[in-house]
Design a protein around this ligand. Structure first.
Ligand SMILES: [Zn+2]
Ligand SMILES: [Zn+2]
Length: 510
């Protein structure tokens, strides 16, 4: 029995190792990469289909060692195998399978937002998350530099003094760069008699390296994936500023670009900004998880997770459709057909084609600045490694409506896209290093489109190849998505639908 027990523990260990090696890291235009945090978090999760493959490799390894069981009769042995397999099956059944697939019970409580908007009718989730995104990237890119003081009015004293010990790189002076945020979402909203607090969860990754290379450190360059929770605070009773003020960090007093001294004095107007009096500031930040990422992981493929999960439709979708019909004076069924085809499908195919062809210039105006920055970064990383991720014969199977949100400034529509393609990564000699060009891969993603409220252009005449403002060819948008013909900035959604967020199905929480 002892032997069987050790075999049992060996098989459990083996099963554990197989499971541990399953990582959900895939490419595609989007945050497909976002799941790269799976290093730690996916170690105990796997989908039904990946289970069967690890299952079969488990049983074959078991039988190959069966000859060593000697004096135990064959029948007893077979029974024992069945018992062991049964026990393993029970363990598997009881394992927490949702460690990477986010628990829907952790969904943000939308009623908190409804209550919040009763006090601040100008609050816009998409604008606020964009602001968080912007501040997060600035926080890390300014860290350790003199520009860090520019952020003084946006950080509490404790957050500003935060010495980044959590980065675990000893006493080195470090440089943080190549910051890419994969997802930003609301976590909580609350208020006291005097303050309002919003919690957000941010998943990102970035590079760390010592500022000065020594013989000891060599040219260390490590990439980390981390999840953080940031809490923003401001005084109670404020109205959110217009998107233009939120989309660039600027002085709340004079509007100049945010250049503040250590005491929070504006370089332009000399006003000392008091935290929370006009704008949000970061009260606390917590690191929930941090994992070292090997770039090699980027091209390892595993089974898609979450593809078969039910769609997390908004519980109030019927009312949201009615509200949209009223605001836009349209019939939803007609509108949806056009939106699905002209916006969702066209954008999806164009963006993924641009990704496969390593050229985002023609689609720059279709995505927000943050999404563009993130995808440009991944594209550059692939190029640096001479990897080409291809999404051949991409087909959309279905698009379902998930959520419509209307606020003072923006309309947003979230859909779930069901697609499949031959997804593989090859090197410059066309040698396939990951994925398959023979086996079709099915997946789903949640895409959130946003448009400035009151933009009434009909989607019928929409052409993704032209500037939605002046109609000229969308071939000269530059990095900032400013049309060279009319000078309009397109990526803020002021003229047409812009893709703001992509969320992997296993991460979507509404
Ligand atoms: Zn100022
Ligand atoms: Zn234009």
């Amino acid at each position: 029995m002892k032997k069987i027990l050790s075999l049992f523990s060996a098989t459990v260990l083996l099963l554990g190792l197989i499971v541990f090696s399953i990582q959900d890291v895939q490419a595609r235009f989007s945050g497909g990469h976002s799941s790269s945090s799976s290093h730690s978090s996916s170690s105990h999760s796997y989908s039904g289909s990946s289970h069967s493959s690890s299952w079969s490799s488990h049983s074959s390894s078991y039988s190959s060692s069966s000859s060593s069981t000697g004096n135990i009769s064959l029948v007893t042995f077979i029974i024992l195998i069945i018992v062991v397999l049964f026990i393993i099956w029970i363990i598997y059944k009881n394992q927490p399978k949702t460690m990477i697939i986010r628990n829907p019970n952790n969904r943000f409580d939308e009623s908190q937002l409804t209550i919040f908007k009763q006090h601040d009718a100008n609050f816009s989730r998409i604008v606020f998350l964009d602001f968080v995104h912007l501040l997060y990237v600035k926080y890390y890119s300014y860290y350790g530099k003199k520009e860090f003081s520019y952020l003084t009015p946006y950080l509490s004293d404790s957050v500003k003094k935060d010495n980044m010990l959590d980065l675990l790189i000893g006493k080195q002076v470090i440089i943080i760069d190549e910051i890419v945020t994969n997802s930003v979402r609301l976590y909580s909203m609350s208020s006291t008699d005097t303050e309002e607090v919003i919690g957000v969860e941010i998943e990102s990754n970035y590079s760390i390296h010592p500022a000065f290379y020594t013989q000891d450190t060599g040219k260390q360059h490590s990439r980390y994936v981390r999840t953080e929770r940031w809490f923003f605070q401001r005084n109670k009773g404020l109205l959110s500023p217009a998107p233009e003020t939120m989309q660039a960090l600027s002085c709340p007093a004079c509007g100049a670009a945010a250049h503040f001294t250590d005491t929070g004095e504006c370089d332009s107007c000399r006003t000392v900004i008091i935290k929370g009096q006009q704008q949000w500031y970061v009260r606390d930040r917590f690191v929930l998880d941090q994992t070292l990422l090997n770039t090699g992981d980027l091209v390892s493929y595993s089974e898609e997770q979450g593809t078969n999960l039910p769609s997390l439709k908004s519980p109030t979708l019927v009312q949201e459709i009615a509200g949209f019909e009223k605001q836009r004076v349209i019939v939803w069924s007609d509108y949806w057909l056009t939106f699905k085809q002209q916006i969702v499908e066209n954008y999806f195919l164009a963006l993924n084609a641009a990704w496969t062809n390593h050229d985002l210039t023609k689609v720059r105006h279709l995505v927000s600045d943050r999404l563009y920055e993130a995808n440009s970064f991944w594209m550059a990383l692939y190029k640096q490694h001479q990897w080409n991720n291809r999404l051949d014969d991409l087909k959309i199977q279905d698009v379902s409506l998930i959520k419509i949100e209307l606020d003072t400034y923006y309309e947003t529509i979230t859909v779930r896209i069901f697609a499949s393609c031959f997804d593989y990564t090859e090197d410059n000699d066309h040698k396939i290093i990951a994925g398959s060009n023979k086996k079709r891969r099915a997946y789903t993603e949640y895409w959130t489109f946003a448009r400035r409220a009151g933009v009434e252009k009909t989607e019928n005449n929409f052409n993704i190849n032209s500037c939605p403002q002046c109609g000229a060819s969308a071939d000269k948008m530059g990095q900032a998505a400013i049309c060279d013909y009319c000078g309009s900035k397109i990526s803020t959604g002021n003229f047409s639908w812009v893709l703001f967020l992509i969320t992997q199905d296993e991460n979507y929480l509404g």
